[in-house]
Design a protein around this ligand. Structure first.
Ligand code: XUL
Ligand code: CO
Length: 437
C-alpha cells in the first residue's frame, strides 16, 4: 500500500547516528530487553480518533490538519477510504495495534438500525485489512458523548430513553470489537458526571451506570467475547464532576457494584495529572489493586490545566511508566495506546509520523532506562531496605494479622524510641538521573 502517504517509506530502526528524521533512533522492535522484544513490551497502538479524525480544531479556530484522503463528508465512501489510509499509516510507522470509537470509523445513521448497519460495513472492511496486514485491535469503544442526545449523560442520563439508545450503541460497538478480535473494550464516561447537585441525583445516576456496565458485560460474555473491560478514569472535562474521577474512585465504584472481577482500569497520563496525581501514582493505585489493564499514552502540559493530549516525549514519564510495567510483568490484555494529538501547528500528514516516532522512541528509551535501573539494583535495594524493620518477627506477626493492640503496646513500652533512617530521596533521584542515558 503506497497510496496515501506516497513520500513516506517504511520507518525502520537506524540508531542514534542516523540523521534521518523518518527513522527510529531508539525503538528497535525486535531488540530484546529483559528477554522480551521491545515490540511486546511496548505494544503500541494508534488511536483512530486522533490519527484519522482529529482536524486539530480548537475552541478558537477551525481544523488545520491536511488530510488529502478525507473529503470531509460523513459518507461511507469516505469512511472506507480513511480505513485504507489508516492501515497504510500503521504499516509504515510499524504499529501493530489500534483503538477506535464506533463513530470514528463509521458515520451515525438516521436510525439506530442504520448506525448499526454502517458500523457493520466498516467492520467488514477493518476485518479485511486486519487479515491482510496482521494488525490487531487493542480495544474498541462507543462514543457516548458527542451526539447532543448525550448532553445530560448517556448511562447516567435523566432520560431512560437515552439510556436505551446508549445501550444500543454499546451493543453494536461490542459486536464490532468482538468480530475484530479486540483484546479489550473501554468505557470512558465522557458525559457521565454532573455540574450541579441542584439538578442531579448522583446516587441514582451511579446505580444506573452500574446497571449499564453489568448489562454490557452480560451481553458480551453471552456472545463469547473473552476480552477485558476497562474503565478509563478522568476527573473533569467535560463535566465538572466526572464519576470516574481517578483510579481510586473507579475502584471504589467497581467494588461497590460488584464489577471488580470484570473490569480493569485504562490509565491515561493527562487524566492522572488533571486529577492532581501523577501517572506513576495512578498506575500504582491500579496495579496495587490488581486492576491495571491498559494505558493511554500521552501527557499534558504543566502550564495548561486541560486535557491537551500531547504526544508523550518526557523521558522521566516514559521511564516511570515502563518501570511499572516491568514490575507487573506487562499487560496481558493491554498496551500503550497513543491517545495523543499533534499540536495545531503540526498540520502536515508527515507530522503524524513524526509525532508517533517521537512517542515510540521516548517509550523505547524509557524501557531501556527502566531496565537499566532494575539491573543496577541500587534504587530497588534502597526501596526494600526502607521496610527492612518489617521483615523481623514483629512485622511478620502484624502482616499476618497475628497480634493484638495490647501486644503492640507492650512492644512499644520495651523497645525504646524508634531509630529511623534517612529516606535518601535526593540520592535516589541522582542515581536515577545517572541512569537516564
Ligand atoms: C478522552 C479520552 C477518550 C477515551 C476513549 O479524554 O481519553 O478518548 O480514551 O473514549
Ligand atoms: Co483516553
Amino acid at each position: 500500500m503506497n497510496e496515501f502517504f506516497p513520500d513516506v517509506p517504511k520507518i525502520v530502526y537506524e540508531g542514534l547516528d542516523s540523521e534521518n528524521p523518518l527513522s527510529f533512533r531508539w525503538y528497535d522492535a525486535e531488540a530484546e530487553v529483559e528477554g522480551k522484544p521491545m515490540r511486546e513490551h511496548l505494544r503500541f497502538a494508534s488511536a483512530y480518533w486522533h490519527t484519522m479524525r482529529n482536524t486539530l480544531a480548537d475552541p478558537f479556530g477551525v481544523g488545520t490538519a491536511v488530510m488529502p484522503w478525507d473529503d470531509g463528508t460523513e459518507t461511507m465512501d469516505n469512511a472506507i477510504r480513511r480505513v485504507d489510509a489508516f492501515f497504510e499509516f500503521l504499516e509504515k510507522v510499524g504499529i501493530d495495534w489500534y483503538c477506535f470509537h464506533d463513530r470514528d470509523v463509521a458515520p451515525a445513521g438516521a436510525t439506530v438500525a442504520e448506525s448499526r448497519a454502517n458500523l457493520e460495513l466498516v467492520t467488514d472492511h477493518l476485518a479485511q485489512r486486519q487479515s491482510e496486514t496482521g494488525k490487531r485491535l487493542l480495544w474498541g469503544t462507543a462514543c457516548l458523548f458527542a451526539d447532543p442526545m448525550y448532553v445530560h449523560g448517556a448511562a447516567t442520563s435523566p432520560s431512560v430513553d437515552v439510556f436505551a439508545h446508549a445501550a444500543a450503541q454499546v451493543r453494536a460497538a461490542i459486536d464490532a470489537t468482538h468480530r475484530l478480535g479486540g483484546l479489550g473494550y473501554v468505557f470512558w464516561g465522557g458525559r457521565e458526571g454532573y455540574d450541579t447537585l441542584l439538578n442531579t441525583d448522583m446516587s441514582r445516576e451511579l446505580d444506573h451506570l452500574a446497571s449499564f456496565l453489568h448489562l454490557s458485560v452480560q451481553y458480551a460474555r453471552q456472545i463469547g467475547f473473552e476480552g477485558s473491560f476497562f474503565i478509563e478514569p478522568k476527573p473533569k472535562e467535560p463535566t465538572t464532576h466526572q464519576y470516574d474521577f481517578d483510579a481510586a474512585t473507579c475502584l471504589n465504584f467497581l467494588r461497590q457494584y460488584d464489577l471488580l472481577d470484570d473490569f480493569d482500569l485504562n490509565i491515561e497520563t493527562n487524566h492522572a495529572t488533571l486529577a492532581g496525581h501523577s501517572m506513576p501514582h495512578e498506575l500504582d493505585v491500579a496495579a496495587s489493586a490488581g486492576s491495571l489493564g491498559s494505558i493511554d499514552a500521552n501527557m499534558g502540559h504543566p502550564q495548561l490545566g486541560w486535557d491537551t493530549d500531547h504526544f508523550p516525549t518526557d523521558l522521566y514519564l516514559t521511564t516511570m511508566v515502563m518501570r511499572c510495567l516491568l514490575q507487573v510483568g506487562g499487560l496481558p490484555h493491554g498496551g500503550l495506546n497513543f491517545d495523543a494529538k499533534r499540536r495545531r501547528g503540526s498540520f502536515e500528514p508527515i507530522d503524524l509520523f513524526h509525532a508517533h516516532i517521537a512517542g515510540m522512541d521516548a517509550f523505547a528509551r524509557g524501557l531501556q532506562i527502566a531496565a537499566a535501573i532494575r539491573a543496577d539494583g541500587r534504587i530497588d535495594e534502597m526501596f526494600h531496605d526502607r521496610y527492612r524493620s518489617w521483615d523481623g518477627a514483629l512485622g511478620k506477626r502484624i502482616e499476618q494479622k497475628e497480634i493484638s493492640l495490647e501486644q503492640l503496646e507492650d512492644h512499644a513500652m520495651h523497645s525504646g524510641r524508634p531509630e529511623l533512617n534517612s529516606g535518601r530521596e535526593e540520592l535516589i533521584r541522582s542515581i536515577f538521573n545517572d541512569l537516564l542515558r
